[in-house]
Design a protein around this ligand. Structure first.
Ligand SMILES: *Cc1c(COP(=O)(O)O)cnc(C)c1O
Length: 474
């Protein structure tokens, strides 16, 4: 007698529940969840199980993963959890206790309250976005933004677009499409996976000409590569790593000299820049935008939401001809800044112009706050936690160092203070539970302790940390 193959080795995919029946169970268990979420939650868990089984079958190494029987309440619980997750707003506010001021996964720069208010005011109603109120005619979208950027940086002209990747793309399109752009091999960087200089170059339609070696590039390397099809000399900031040892690069000022000699525009992708001179606080001189503009580079571009501490934006500063070529390029329309970011950026630049940046812009405040003042917040939190937790955890306060992050200031760390928590629950488990708190609290984990870095936790957020920890451990 020959058994059918399915009887000998039944396909485990057959034990998957029907999506329709699972939707019904989710709806019955959680009538508060909307129908779309119940449906999508059920569909996603069945699909995930099917993929797991298929992967298990495909690799041929024994039994496929076991899935619970269709009638098992585990299916319903799993689908309810997924459905619930789908209903949570995204993104939502979290407490950043990692100490990393510009945390890419946490939305980079938090806006100043005034900048957020400015964005909200134009978001929730009509605005004079492209209207000149005096004449009643169509007006410039950027308003006084260009004047503010020029006043702050010393640049002749300025433009702002969606983000810095867009700024680089626009510069390449407008100034070098179909022609050659010379870049040092030491600057062919990748910033966070989605921005790789060679890829951006390829999609801009400009041809990359690499010069020098990984560790050393000399003026003569650029000179030799210049030819009739050369359109631009590009310098890219090594935003997220540093080189040391037998290393040479060509300064922006020297690159400008070469560019002038050959009549070629020089563009710097600075990545992260500030309009406040913070070199006396240990920040590298090349992060101060006016000093880059002063080299005479045709274009310097950087992000609005890195060291500047504003909204997501790409800021382009430079000579009138180059900026005008970008502003009027058809691509600019596709990369333009939205009205909310525009309002927030305008407010942020106003704060710099009026000398309020250090007090009001969170990124600037966090980077410049003295360690002793962070220590006070850490000690206060530790004292309260010790009282509230009693024997549930061991609480201590210690000095530490944290990077600024966000593709800014590689190798630069700020002195800070952390509260360290050790509990029988184990550090990674506690850190994971804190991520599920309301609001979620993000921490560092080291030597089986959860570390709360108070540099990025404001006075008003300390209570959230306290509530989350006590909620989990008491
Ligand atoms: C961060 C960075 C970018 C990308 O900027 P976004 O504003 O994130 O688009 C590009 N180039 C450099 C050198 C950077 O550091």
């Amino acid at each position: 007698m020959v058994d059918s193959p399915t009887r000998v080795n039944p396909d485990p995919r057959r034990s998957l529940p029907s999506v329709a029946r699972l939707v019904g169970r989710v709806a019955a268990a959680r009538p508060d969840l909307p129908e779309w979420a119940a449906t999508e939650g059920a569909r996603q868990v069945v699909e995930a199980a099917r993929l797991r089984i298929t992967a298990g079958l495909a690799d041929g190494r024994g039994d496929p993963p076991r899935e619970p029987e269709e009638s098992d309440p585990e299916w319903t619980q799993w689908a309810c959890r997924v459905a619930e997750g789908l209903c949570r707003p995204h993104p939502r506010a979290v407490v950043n206790a990692t100490g990393v001021v510009l945390h890419t996964n946490l939305g980079r720069a938090p806006l100043a309250a005034g900048a957020a208010d400015a964005a909200r005011a134009v978001a929730a109603g009509y605005s004079n976005l492209e209207l000149d109120l005096e004449t009643g005619r169509r007006g410039g979208r950027l308003g006084a933004l260009e004047a503010k950027l020029c006043a702050l940086s010393g640049a002749e002209a300025a433009y702002a677009c969606n983000n810095n990747a867009a700024a680089v793309m626009l510069a390449l399109r407008a100034l070098a499409e179909g022609r050659d752009v010379i870049v040092s091999r030491g600057e062919l960087v990748e910033i966070g996976g989605s921005f790789r200089v060679p890829d951006i170059m390829a999609s801009s339609g400009a041809r990359l000409v690499e010069v020098g070696t990984t560790n050393r590039t000399h003026p003569a390397d650029y000179e030799r590569a210049i030819g009739p099809t050369t359109a631009m000399l590009l310098k890219v900031h090594r935003s997220n790593f540093s080189q040391s040892g037998f290393v040479t690069e060509v300064d922006l000022a020297d690159l400008v000299t070469i560019g002038r000699k050959h009549g070629l525009p020089v563009v710097e992708d600075l990545g992260s820049g500030t309009l406040l001179d913070l070199t006396d606080r240990g920040l590298p001189a090349d992060s101060f935008v006016p000093s880059r503009v002063a080299t005479g580079a045709d274009v310097v571009c950087f992000s609005g939401d890195k060291l500047l501490g504003g909204p997501q934006a790409g800021i382009l500063l430079g000579g009138r001809t180059a900026i005008e070529a970008m502003r009027t390029h058809p691509m600019a329309r596709a990369l333009r800044l939205d009205k909310m970011s525009l309002a927030a950026l305008d407010w942020t630049l106003g704060a710099y112009l009026e000398g309020r940046a250090e007090d009001e812009i969170p990124v600037v405040r966090q980077i410049t706050e003295p360690a002793a003042s962070v220590e006070l917040r850490a000690r206060a939190l530790a004292a309260r936690l010790s009282d509230l937790l009693e024997d549930a955890a061991e609480v201590s306060t210690l000095p530490d160092r944290a990077p600024v992050g966000g593709g800014s200031l590689p190798g630069f760390e700020i002195d800070t203070w952390v509260v360290a928590l050790r509990s029988p629950r184990g550090a990674s488990q506690l850190a994971a539970a804190l991520r599920s708190a309301t609001p979620p609290v993000l921490t560092r984990v080291r030597d089986d302790a959860v570390l709360f870095d108070l540099r990025t936790v404001s006075e008003s957020e300390v209570a959230h940390v306290e509530t989350a920890v006590v909620g989990l451990l008491v």
